[in-house]
Design a protein around this ligand. Structure first.
Ligand code: NAD
Length: 358
């Protein structure tokens, strides 16, 4: 199979981790007889420096012309003070909107080899952590209007949160479909005791429930959910929630699995072209030190093969190679918890995983 992949290396550790994912993809191509071609796309702080724009239209077009997009991470302190519309993250929001990827899926699953890296008590980890957060990605407060004005002699800031029933329905369906393929339990997370948008969210979810009698729907307020994720994560199968709540809860969920560096995510819409990335940011504190964990990005490449290219065996091979590499004792600094393990850098971790692709 021939596939065109747009690569957004981005800022900070982004370029380092993308190189490792490409190494693994190239090995998959060799072993399974595929041809992957790559097109580099400038986005984020580096694009601001080069083009004066976090995602110039010509760079965006390269993504839209590809079969899928693999992203490292964007942003960093260098661009903290640039004005709102020019911030690196704006490039990412523009990309998600243009690709119409409204569904972000983030697995929170603990690798048995990394159980000791979880900050939760062993008895909680032993009950199992294996759930998915389905997060709405192109609506809500991040996409509403933002303004700051002077009122009564002081600054007043406003961010607007809007959701239509249709926006909720289409992400709700992804939640139900995902639960149907798993253990059949869907938890809808909102703040319906305060927000109108959440009351509409809850109403639409319950309307949809009639179409999915095989899925058990439950409701949870977002503040309670944040607590339950650390109190007993084994209770969750699939969580479906709006953009900002999903952003926050998925970072929390990643932490209980050991390291933010190991978690991939996929963003999909109505077509098979997806946006795949690790869930972490550009980690400026460790950039350029060969210290980043590339596993999240490598697993994101695996998700791309599974969900966009229909390459199940190849995706399984990547997950198995990661597992075998962890079994062999290789650890980057962020997941190193035992002296029996071999501490490696980003490059070596990528090589060890690529060499185990079968
Ligand atoms: P971050 O995820 O970059 O880093 C948080 C902590 O986790 C840091 O200590 C970092 O060293 C560590 N970490 C992250 N990824 C790691 C990896 N692969 N291996 C080892 N350790 C890792 O979050 P932050 O510090 O809040 O943000 C830094 C920058 O990234 C900011 O400019 C932010 O806006 C941006 N950001 C970008 C994205 C994205 O591109 N999708 C997402 C989140 C944050």
């Amino acid at each position: 199979m021939e596939k065109k992949i747009a690569l957004i290396r981005g800022d900070g550790i982004g370029p380092e981790i993308i190189v490792q994912a490409v190494k693994v993809l190239d090995q998959v191509a060799r072993v399974y007889g595929h041809s992957f071609s790559y097109t580099d796309v400038d986005m984020g702080g580096n694009a601001i420096d080069k083009w004066g724009d976090p995602l110039p239209q010509a760079e965006l077009e390269k993504c839209l012309a590809s079969d899928s997009v693999l992203l490292g991470a964007v942003g960093g302190p260098k661009w903290n003070d640039v004005p709102g519309p020019m911030r690196p993250e704006k490039g990412l929001l523009r990309l998600r909107a243009a690709m119409e990827v409204y569904s972000n899926n983030r697995p929170a699953k603990i690798w048995p080899q990394l159980a000791s890296a979880s900050p939760l008590k062993p008895e909680l980890v032993e009950k199992g952590i294996d759930f998915i957060i389905v997060r709405e990605l192109t609506g809500g407060i991040y996409f509403g209007s933002h303004s700051t004005r002077q009122e009564g002699g002081q600054a007043v800031a406003e961010d607007i949160l809007t959701y239509s029933a249709e926006e909720i329905r289409r992400i709700g369906r992804i939640g139900f479909e995902t639960a149907r393929k798993r253990k059949g339990r869907l938890c809808s997370v909102e703040k319906s005791n305060v927000l109108d948008s959440s009351r509409l969210w809850k109403k639409v979810m319950h309307e949809l429930a009639g179409e999915y009698p095989d899925v058990v729907l439950s409701d949870m307020l977002v503040d309670n959910c944040a607590m339950q994720i650390v109190r007993d994560p084994s209770q969750f199968d699939v969580i479906v929630t709006e953009n900002m709540f999903g952003d926050i809860l998925s970072d929390e969920a990643s932490m209980i699995t050991g390291s933010i560096g190991t978690i991939p995510s996929s963003s999909l819409g109505a077509t098979t072209r997806g946006l795949y990335e690790p869930i972490h940011g550009s980690a400026p504190d460790i950039a350029g030190q060969d210290a980043a964990n590339p596993i999240g990005t490598i697993l994101a490449a695996g998700m791309m093969l599974r969900f966009s290219f229909d390459m199940e065996r190849e995706a399984d091979a990547i997950e198995q190679a990661v597992s075998d590499t962890l079994d062999a004792g290789f650890r980057t600094a962020d997941i190193l918890s035992s002296t029996d393990c071999v501490k490696v850098g980003c490059t070596r971790m990528g090589e060890e995983i690529a060499n185990r692709i079968q």
